[in-house]
Design a protein around this ligand. Structure first.
Ligand code: WQD
Length: 317
């Protein structure tokens, strides 16, 4: 199948590109190179910001040149804190980019889309495992842009789009060191970078109502997440589509202290912890109910936390 992958030069996108190529798909990437690296992929790359004025023309020409059967749309801004400070930028880039993509797909008659969404759409859920139908309310502009994106995808069914939203939980690890997460924006890369600098990793809060007082998250290996995209594309090929939204997680929670303990094991280093008060806006616990993606897409995460942390540590060495 010929696939257009937006944001394919990013940490997650490049894993999707790699797996798509390994599965025999032909891939073209669209990316604005703002955070992506061309060294991460081996395919045609079109440098364009999807939210820019020229995006529609560029997409129009690209979609005429290639006959894409499906699009996997990952290109987006994804920093929660930055989205609070610059909400307009997040709405312009994430919503504007998706709007242009949908307009171009409609014109070109491309009717299959996998949309990169987020567990940030749930806000602060008050359940042990969050199912897709949980009536969550995002608590930051980033999560809002993802929920609005899901609505845009669903509204496009009016012209025949078959869209599928994948709600990522906490993505980490890497398949090969060249594709590692080089940004220090999430717990595992932040903690590893701190340890490498000889500093103590920070823990934001140990007074939550959780197993050890620190926040619990569902860490999913980026290789497993990439595989979910290919299962999603295959699902869109089927004539009958029961669901449009799927959690991508493991269904297993790990606390911040448990993650840091795994980093001790992977690194062989016995570092101190730097205890801080709670970080505002952190839900105590966010774990996916994975029954839908397991039952419908036959998805099952193959990597556990140990492998996630080890791959991240090894790639940083
Ligand atoms: C995890 C836990 C922190 C850094 C974010 C987005 C979410 C999704 C994934 C994509 C929290 C704690 C962190 C540190 C710490 N993104 N922490 N010390 O906030 O769960 O999720 O990324 O869609 O939308 O919100 O991820 O990695 O920032 O934090 O103690 O130095 O680690 O407080 O409890 P988060 P995170």
């Amino acid at each position: 199948m010929k696939l257009l992958i937006t944001g394919g030069l990013g940490y997650i996108g490049s894993h999707v590109v790699l797996q798509a190529q390994r599965a025999g798909h032909e891939v073209v990437v669209v990316d604005d190179l703002s955070t992506g690296l061309t060294s991460r992929v081996d395919c045609q790359v079109v440098d364009v910001d999807l939210a820019s004025e020229k995006a529609l023309d560029v997409l129009h020409n690209l979609m005429n040149e290639h006959h894409f059967e499906a699009v996997i749309h990952l290109a987006a801004r994804k920093q929660v804190g930055q989205s609070v400070e610059q909400p307009e930028r997040y709405f312009k880039d994430n919503i504007g980019g998706l709007a242009n993509l949908l307009l171009a797909m409609k014109e070109a008659g491309i009717k299959k889309l996998v949309f990169s969404s987020s567990a940030a759409t749930y806000g602060i859920p008050e359940v042990e495992l969050v199912p897709e139908d949980y009536p969550g309310i995002p608590i930051n502009p980033y999560g809002q842009t993802k929920l609005i994106g899901e609505w845009m995808v669903s509204n496009a069914s009016i012209w025949g789009l078959k869209g599928l939203n994948l709600r990522y939980f906490n993505v980490a690890g890497c398949e090969i060191p060249a594709l590692a997460d080089t940004a220090e924006l999430n717990l595992i890369p932040i903690a590893i970078a701190a340890i490498k600098r000889g500093q103590s990793p920070k823990v934001f809060g140990v007074d939550y109502p959780t197993i050890d007082g620190s926040c619990v998250r569902d860490y999913v290996h980026v290789g497993d997440l990439a595989n979910a995209h290919l299962l999603a594309v295959a699902y869109l090929e089927q004539s009958r589509q029961e669901h449009a939204t799927f959690n991508v997680g493991t269904g297993i929670g790990a606390s911040v202290l448990e993650v840091l303990a795994e980093i001790r094991v992977a690194s062989g280093l016995d570092f101190e912890l730097d205890m801080h008060p709670r970080r505002p806006g952190d839900p105590p616990k966010l774990i996916a109910d994975t029954s839908r993606i397991e039952n419908i897409l036959s998805f099952k995460a193959r990597h556990d936390l140990k492998e996630i942390v080890k791959s991240a540590w090894d790639a940083s060495s």
